[in-house]
Design a protein around this ligand. Structure first.
Ligand code: FES
Length: 576
C-alpha cells in the first residue's frame, strides 16, 4: 500500500473531526442522511460506479443489477461504493446517431469524477460509443479506474440458423428486398435476432471496443467476451469493484496504464480481430486524452504486421460466445505476443506477460493459428489520394475481394435522405460497376457522422444477384456491416473536402493494395468546381448542437471536441 487514508482524494471532502472545518462537518452530516455511519465508511477509498443503464438501452438493461455486484466487490475489498447514473448512448435508438453525443458522455464522465469525492472509478458500458466516451472522460481525470464491459448478448436464432446481430439483420433485409423472403419470415427473424440483454454478439463496434479496453489493460482479464447473462459476468463485475479499491491504495492511475505501448497493442488487437472501423476514430480520440498522438498511419503500419486471426462475424463465421469458450481475449493475445508490449502493467497484473501466462486456445477454428489466418494482414486499410488527402479507411476483409481494385463512374447523392428516396429509381441506371458516393454524412455534415457508410444496393441489382459494390462516403459504418465501403473520408464534404467536388459520371479508382482513392478529373476542372463550391448553412442555432458544430474535429483526429482533446491543467475543485 502506498497511499495512506489521509492522502485519499475523498479525505478533502470528509476529513475527520471539528478541525477539518464546516464543509467536512456538512459532508459527514449528509453522509448520515444517506444512511451511512461516517466513522465506519469514511477513510476508505470511495469508488464511483458510473452506470450507463437505461430502460431505452437493451444492451445495458442488465447493468442496474451488475452495478450491485460491483458495489459488493467494493465493499468486500474495504471500499465505499457510490453509484452515479450517467447518460446512456443507445446505438439502436438514439438519433441521428449516438456519435453526436460521445463527447457529451465523455465530458459528463470527466466532470462527475472531478467534482465529487471520488478516489477511483468503475465504468459500466459497452454499447458502441459508451466505451470510448467513458474512458476518454476518465483518462482526462486520471484516477485509478476499471472498465466493466456490458458483455455480448446470447447468439441469435432463426429456425436452424444462428444469427449475428446487425450482420444478419442487413443480410435478411436485403433478401427481403431481393424477393427471397417475405413478411412472415421477417417477423420470425424479429423474434430471434436479439435474445437477451447485452451488446451485439458479432465482432461489431461494441465487441471491438470492449476488446480494445481489455487489451489496453483497463478491464479484468477475459472480461470483454463474457456473455452478459452468464453468471461469470456478475463475478467479473464484483472482481472489478474489488480491484478498483486495490488500485486506489497502490495509486495505479489510468496514466500508468494508457501508454503509447498500450494503445499500439490495442490497435494490433483490433486489427487482428478483424474489428470495426469505428475503433480507428475512437482509439485516436482516447489516445489523445492520454497525451498520445495516434495516427491513421499507425493503424496502417500495424495492420501490415498482424494477420486476422479471429473467425468472427461479420468477416468470419462465429459469434462472441464461441470466442469466449475458445479462450477469450487472453487466449487470443497469446497469438500476438511477437507484436505486443508484454512488460506493461494492467489493472490485474504487474505485466501483460503475467496476465497471459497459462491462457490457452480451446478452439483453433475460432482463434486461428497464424498459418490458418483469415487474412494475411489486419482488417482495416488506410487510403490516401486526391479524394481523401487526410485519409479514409476500408475494412477490406469484409468486402468482395474483386472490388478492392476497381474503377467506375460515380453516382453522387448529396445527402442520405436524397439517397434513400432515389436509390431505386431505374432512371439512375446504376450498374454493379458504378461507385456510389454519399456526401454530407461526416462529423459536421451528418451531423454526428452517422453509420450511413454501407449504402444500400438498388433493389433491381439485388434481384440480379449483386451483393457488393464500391461505396464511398465521409460517414462511418456499423461494425456489423460489410461491403466494399470506403469510409471516414477526411476532410468531409460539408467543410469543403474533395468529396464535395465529385459529380455523377466522374471516374473514381479504388486500389486497396496501393492504398489509394482517386478522382479522375483535370486540375482545371478541379479548380473550377472548388471555386463554385459554397459552404452549407450551419445546422444548429443554439444548444449542444451549436457547441458540437463549433468544436468537433475531423475523423482522422478522432472527432473529439477541440477544447476537450489532449491534456492540460484542470485543477481539482477547492473543497474548503
Ligand atoms: Fe448496442 Fe450493438 S446496439 S452494442
Amino acid at each position: 500500500m502506498t497511499v495512506k487514508p489521509e492522502e485519499l482524494r475523498s479525505h478533502q471532502w470528509y476529513g475527520s473531526g471539528i478541525a477539518s472545518g464546516l464543509r467536512s462537518f456538512s459532508h459527514r452530516a449528509r453522509t448520515r442522511q444517506l444512511g451511512y455511519l461516517p466513522e465506519e465508511h469514511l477513510g476508505k477509498p470511495v469508488i464511483a460506479v458510473l452506470n450507463t443503464w437505461s430502460d431505452i438501452n437493451p444492451c445495458h438493461v442488465h447493468l442496474r443489477e451488475r452495478a450491485q455486484a460491483v458495489k459488493r466487490g467494493v465493499w468486500q475489498a474495504g471500499g465505499f461504493p457510490l453509484e452515479f447514473p450517467v447518460s446512456t448512448l443507445s446505438e439502436t435508438f438514439q438519433k441521428p446517431t449516438p456519435m453526436l453525443y460521445r463527447n457529451m458522455l465523455a465530458m459528463e464522465t470527466e466532470e462527475l469524477l472531478r467534482s465529487y469525492p471520488v478516489d477511483g472509478a468503475v465504468l459500466l458500458g459497452g454499447c458502441d460509443k459508451t466505451t470510448p466516451a467513458l474512458l476518454m472522460g476518465a483518462a482526462s481525470v486520471d484516477l485509478p479506474t476499471v472498465f466493466v464491459p456490458a458483455g455480448p448478448m446470447l447468439p441469435g436464432h432463426w429456425r436452424d440458423e444462428v444469427l449475428g446481430s446487425g450482420t444478419d439483420m442487413w443480410k435478411y433485409w436485403d433478401e427481403m428486398r431481393a424477393g427471397l423472403i417475405g413478411e412472415s419470415e421477417l417477423a420470425e427473424l424479429e423474434n430471434g435476432l436479439a435474445r437477451s440483454p447485452g451488446t451485439c454478439m458479432t465482432m461489431g463496434t461494441a465487441s471491438t471496443l470492449t476488446a480494445a479496453a481489455e487489451a489496453l489493460g483497463v478491464s479484468m482479464p477475459g472480461a470483454s467476451s463474457i456473455p452478459a447473462v452468464d453468471s461469470g459476468h456478475e463475478r467479473m463485475a464484483a472482481a472489478s469493484g474489488s480491484r478498483a479499491v486495490g488500485l486506489v491504495w497502490s495509486d495505479l492511475r489510468l496514466s500508468k496504464l494508457l501508454t503509447r505501448e498500450a494503445y499500439e497493442d490495442a490497435v494490433a488487437t483490433v486489427l487482428a480481430l478483424g474489428g470495426s472501423t469505428n475503433a480507428v476514430i475512437h482509439l485516436i480520440a482516447m489516445a489523445g486524452r492520454s497525451g498520445i498522438r495516434l495516427t491513421l498511419d499507425d493503424f496502417d503500419r500495424i495492420a501490415r504486421t498482424v494477420p486476422v486471426l479471429a473467425n468472427l462475424r461479420p468477416g468470419g463465421r462465429y459469434l462472441m460466445e464461441d470466442f469466449h469458450f475458445a479462450g477469450g481475449l487472453p487466449a487470443f493475445l497469446t497469438r500476438l505476443t511477437d507484436v505486443l508490449h508484454l512488460d506493461r502493467p494492467t489493472v490485474a497484473h504487474t505485466t501483460l506477460r503475467d496476465q497471459l501466462d497459462g491462457a490457452l486456445v480451446h478452439n483453433p477454428d475460432v482463434i486461428r493459428e497464424r498459418d490458418e489466418a483469415l487474412a494475411p494482414e489486419g482488417g482495416v486499410a488506410v487510403l490516401r489520394g486526391n479524394l481523401c488527402p487526410d485519409g479514409a479507411v476500408i475494412k477490406h476483409i469484409a468486402a468482395d475481394q474483386r472490388l478492392l481494385k476497381h474503377t467506375g463512374p460515380a453516382v453522387v447523392f448529396d445527402d442520405y435522405r436524397t439517397m434513400q428516396r432515389t436509390i431505386n429509381d431505374p432512371a439512375l441506371a446504376i450498374t454493379a460497376d458504378h461507385v456510389l458516393v454519399l456526401r454530407n454524412a461526416g462529423p459536421k455534415g451528418g451531423p454526428g457522422m452517422p453509420e450511413y457508410g454501407m449504402l444500400p444496393i438498388p433493389d433491381y441489382l439485388l434481384k440480379q444477384g449483386v451483393r457488393d459494390m464500391v461505396r464511398i462516403s465521409d460517414a462511418r459504418m456499423s461494425g456489423t456491416s460489410y461491403g466494399a465501403c470506403v469510409l471516414h473520408i477526411a476532410p468531409e464534404s460539408y467543410v469543403g473536402g474533395p468529396l464535395a467536388l465529385v459529380r455523377t459520371g466522374d471516374a473514381i479508382t479504388l486500389d486497396v493494395q496501393a492504398r489509394s482513392l482517386h478522382l479522375h478529373i483535370t486540375d482545371e476542372e478541379w479548380e473550377r468546381r472548388a471555386a463554385e463550391w459554397t459552404a452549407p448553412p450551419e445546422r444548429f442555432g443554439r444548444g449542444y448542437g451549436a457547441l458540437y458544430n463549433e468544436q468537433i474535429t475531423q475523423a482522422d483526429t478522432g472527432c473529439d471536441f477541440a477544447f476537450l482533446a489532449g491534456q492540460g491543467d484542470v485543477p481539482d475543485p477547492y473543497v474548503g
